[in-house]
Design a protein around this ligand. Structure first.
Ligand code: 87F
Length: 515
């Protein structure tokens, strides 16, 4: 019996991609190799299988997931970038407690009313009830702002720009999805206070641009920057901007990150006042902004294929894997030494490279395994390569193979990694563009919605109309809603009417079902 180990002798017969006359699912069970479903056959199952190789582990509490090193490394790379950028903006890191007293949570009652069912509470210590139950932060406005009120006195205390990297808990009841919707997740939350609205407005967009860069430059995921509708904005704030991604396979939009201008609502609630230069008391203007581990889920959904994950080089903890391909009577030691030397040269040049010299797996099994884990570039070194002083490169994104002289290894690999990063973004962008559909009428809207399109529609921008669209599209797969009104607006000809109400349209807005 082959067992589940995927060891060399059995796997070789089936070949690295399964086959061998058996059904895929059976092969998978025997070898642990390959996915049992295709991305466009059963997306949900595909996503869960891809995540399990080795991004996450399911946990015995529903909606909670273990982030394994393979995904945590991606989080850390994004964190390194974002943390350095906000520090350039003079934002300082801090850490506030996980627990929220019921008193302050109550204070924000109006705004969190809709969120209240998602707040988790600690009610016991050991066997005895706590005198006062304590909430676990779902976000930290109510935790932080009482102290903003204390710390901000005069105009010299402004701006106050704080950020924290932490976990939050939201006890969701709708179907959990790794990274995309979990009951506990990691994020950064920035909370800033200014003397003027102008400064706050400016920062909202600076942060949004950093979020765009995380998605487009690091995760190779195209996003749209825009304004949330009144219905979809953070109710406690003045306005909400976001970056929105789109998953072609499911036809769903996904909010990638948000940057809010809170106006003076919280300043009023928490009495965050300052004395201006003239000695008058004014309220501060505030922002808050966050991105979370959801970013990783969007990246997996965007790039993965039927062989598994595909990681963009900029966030891959292993950018290049070097695999020896020895033959029976070849110079095995020479090949192994060439692999080690290759990894050393790449590492020296700042490229994240690893060798896989394990002798209990065949090269074919290793190829599949590293493809599944999404390593962007594979280098194979066999007897012929040794002879010709070359290595063979194989791209994960498009499978293209190349023989490159060892003399120009580093430059070549650097170039390849850049090409892979750029190509992944281009391919993802083309796929998204192919889903965008501009519509003018309600009938066209419904047709496009059923075809899983990302819908761009002229809209009157009235809350009542969005509620009506939601009600009219309610179904098993969820209602359609606005994703955002893009900052880059196509021309809106005079007299264009709203697709849903027939009133004069005010702007173009993206609509769709969403995560
Ligand atoms: C769930 C339970 C309680 C979202 C919640 O977006 C409260 C909330 O206030 C809640 N889910 N929100 C909105 C969070 C707004 C804002 N907070 C700081 C952000 C960025 C970071």
């Amino acid at each position: 019996m082959a067992g589940l180990s995927g060891k060399k002798e059995k796997v070789d017969k089936a070949g690295p991609s399964g086959g061998g006359g058996k059904k895929k699912k059976d092969v998978k069970k025997e070898t642990g190799l390959g996915l049992s479903v295709k991305k466009d056959e059963n997306f949900g199952e595909w996503y869960s299988e891809v995540c399990k190789h080795e991004m996450i582990e399911y946990y015995d509490i529903s909606g909670c997931y273990i982030l394994r090193p393979w995904s945590m490394a991606i989080w850390e790379i994004m964190q390194t970038f974002f943390d350095a950028e906000i520090k350039k903006m003079k934002v300082k890191n801090c850490y506030f407690p996980l627990f929220v007293s019921p008193g302050v949570l109550e204070k924000e009652k109006d705004h969190i009313e809709g969120f209240a069912p998602e707040v988790a509470w600690v009610t016991k210590s050991g066997k005895s009830d706590l005198e006062v139950p304590i909430a676990i932060r779902p976000t930290s406005e109510t935790v932080m702002y009482p102290y903003y009120s204390k710390w901000i006195r005069g105009h010299r205390d402004l701006p106050l720009k704080l950020n924290q990297w932490c976990n939050v808990v939201r006890w969701e009841f709708s179907n959990p999805t790794p990274f995309i919707r979990s009951r506990e997740f990691l994020w950064q939350e920035g909370h800033t206070a200014f003397a003027t609205k102008e400064e706050a407005d400016k920062e909202v967009l600076e942060i949004l641009e950093l979020y765009r860069r995380i998605y487009e430059e690091y995760l190779a995921v195209p996003v749209v920057k825009g304004m949330k509708s009144e219905n979809e904005k953070f109710a406690g704030g003045l306005y909400t901007t976001s970056v929105e991604a789109f998953i072609p396979n499911t036809g769903r939009g996904v909010q990638g990150a948000t940057s809010h201008c809170l106006g003076q609502n919280f300043a009023k609630m928490f009495e965050i006042n300052f004395e201006n230069e003239k000695g008058e008391t004014e309220m501060v203007w505030q922002n808050s902004w966050a991105y979370s581990t959801r970013t990783i889920g969007v990246m997996i959904m965007t790039h993965g294929d039927d062989k598994g994950l595909i990681l963009p080089p900029k966030v891959a903890s292993v950018q290049v894997v070097v695999i020896p391909v020895p033959y029976k009577d070849a110079n095995t030691q020479g090949i192994f030494d060439a692999c080690t030397a290759t990894v050393a040269a790449l590492s020296e040049a700042g490229i994240r490279a690893e060798e896989d010299l394990r002798d209990n797996y065949s090269p074919g099994w290793k190829y599949s395994n590293w493809e599944m884990k999404g390593v962007p570039l594979r280098i194979e070194i066999g007897p012929r390569d040794l002879e010709n002083d070359q290595v063979r490169t194989v791209r994960r994104d498009n499978g293209v193979k190349e023989d490159i002289p060892r003399g120009s290894l580093v430059e070549h690999v650097k170039e390849l990694l850049e090409k892979i990063q750029a190509n992944m973004y281009e391919v993802a962008k083309q796929k998204r563009e192919a889903c965008v559909e501009e519509i003018k009428t309600w009938d066209e809207f419904i047709v496009a919605l059923n075809k899983k399109k990302l819908i761009l529609a002229p809209w009157c921008d009235e809350e009542e109309v969005e509620r009506d669209v939601k009600a009219r599209t309610k179904g098993e797969t969820g209602a359609a809603k606005t994703l955002c009104s893009p900052f880059e607006q196509p021309e809106l000809p005079e007299g264009t009417l709203c697709f849903a109400s027939g009133k004069p349209a005010k702007k173009w807005t993206y609509w769709g079902r969403s995560y």
